[in-house]
Design a protein around this ligand. Structure first.
Ligand SMILES: Nc1nc2c(ncn2[C@@H]2O[C@H](COP(=O)(O)OP(=O)(O)OP(=O)(O)O)[C@@H](O)[C@H]2O)c(=O)[nH]1
Ligand SMILES: [Mg+2]
Length: 318
């Protein structure tokens, strides 16, 4: 039986293998995405981001347990944009989530930037779709929040949780501007440490400075993930956000934006493929390449001769 048949029958090993194909952009992975695409858009995705060590994995684990009790099927994806390898932190996550791993309705997967075609966020988007098509009700996506890369990754999820903790220096500085815009629910974890109330107040103040009040006012939840305190409340806020998305038709908008991003990526790959074929078919290619290599011609000059410049240098799709 082929991989897709086994995938459709709910075989987890087939799922894991298919994800690897999709991550690596193999022909099998591409064909699978094409086949699966129509079956996506059902599962809920929750992005979880925040500085290193703030308790994201512990919270994801707790949140997954709450949803499990409600009978939902859960997938957890840990994305590490900084590491080209599957590193120690992710191994630690696996240990921490061991009790979830024994649950046949919970699927845990790590992703690193290695091999991701079209950038990590597109690869993440594709993996979310595979999990969605497999039938998971909730897909939790953990990523360490430090830069633009993570912001792009969590944008793939329809609900974004931003985790902060007390004691990371001045709270205001620790909460980056870009992060405020993507958060739907803010979590002050490690609220057993001093200063949690202050961090929560600072977040609320910063949110209130937003000149155009958004239709969704992001709540701030305090948690102690290690004890499970506040996690029920967090799950409730996530559900509230789902209801908001559904009521305002925002879910459809979110999915629409993701689909356009997919179209852009497919077109980009094809355009690049077509351009590289044109270049490689030019008889003077190897000679020009050699000249560039030896420093006898600058790469701009060689590029002008191989692919005449028509003034369009930016890839954009409105
Ligand atoms: N005191 C306290 N410790 C916590 C809490 N939540 C998590 N921790 C501890 O904080 C440490 C880091 O937790 P993780 O869940 O691995 O944090 P993370 O954000 O996933 O870490 P990275 O993925 O490495 O960025 C662990 O030792 C946890 O036990 C909490 O609410 N209070
Ligand atoms: Mg973690």
């Amino acid at each position: 039986m082929d991989l897709m048949d086994r995938f459709r029958q709910g075989d987890r090993r087939a799922l894991a293998r298919l994800i690897t194909h999709v991550e690596n952009g193999t022909p099998v992975g591409r064909a699978a995405m094409r086949e699966l695409y129509g079956a996506t858009g059902r599962g809920r995705s929750i992005g979880v981001t925040g500085p290193p060590g703030t308790g994201k994995s512990t919270l994801v684990d707790q949140l997954a347990s709450v949803f499990r009790k409600e009978g939902l099927r859960i997938a957890i994806v840990c994305v590490d944009p900084s590491s080209p390898f599957t590193g120690g932190a992710i191994l630690a996550d696996r240990v921490r989530m061991r009790h979830l791993q024994d649950d046949p309705e919970v699927f845990i997967r790590s992703m690193a930037s290695r091999g991701a075609l079209g950038g990590l966020s597109r690869a993440t988007g594709s993996v979310l779709k595979v999990l969605d098509a497999f039938g998971f009700d909730v897909i939790l996506l953990e990523t360490v929040g430090v830069g633009q890369g993570e912001v792009e990754v969590v944008r793939e999820a329809e609900t974004c949780l931003v985790i902060e903790v007390p004691g990371l220096g001045d709270g205001i500085q620790a909460i980056k501007a870009g992060i405020l815009e993507i958060g739907h629910v803010f979590v002050v974890n490690k609220s057993d440490n001093p200063g949690a109330d202050r961090v929560a107040e600072q977040i609320l103040t910063m949110l209130s400075l937003n000149p155009v009040p958004p239709p969704w006012q992001p709540p701030v939840v305090q948690t102690v993930a290690t004890k499970g305190a506040g996690v029920e409340d967090l799950a409730r806020q996530v559900r509230r956000h789902w209801e908001h998305l559904d009521a305002q038709n925002l879910r459809r908008e979110h999915l629409g934006r993701r689909r356009i991003a997919d179209l852009a990526e497919i077109l980009k790959c094809r355009a690049l493929g077509a351009a590289s074929q044109r270049v490689l078919s030019r008889p003077e290619y190897s000679e020009l390449r050699r000249k560039v290599e030896l420093g006898q011609m600058d790469p701009y000059e060689a590029a002008d001769r191989l692919l005449p410049f028509d003034g369009i240098e930016e890839w954009r799709l409105p």
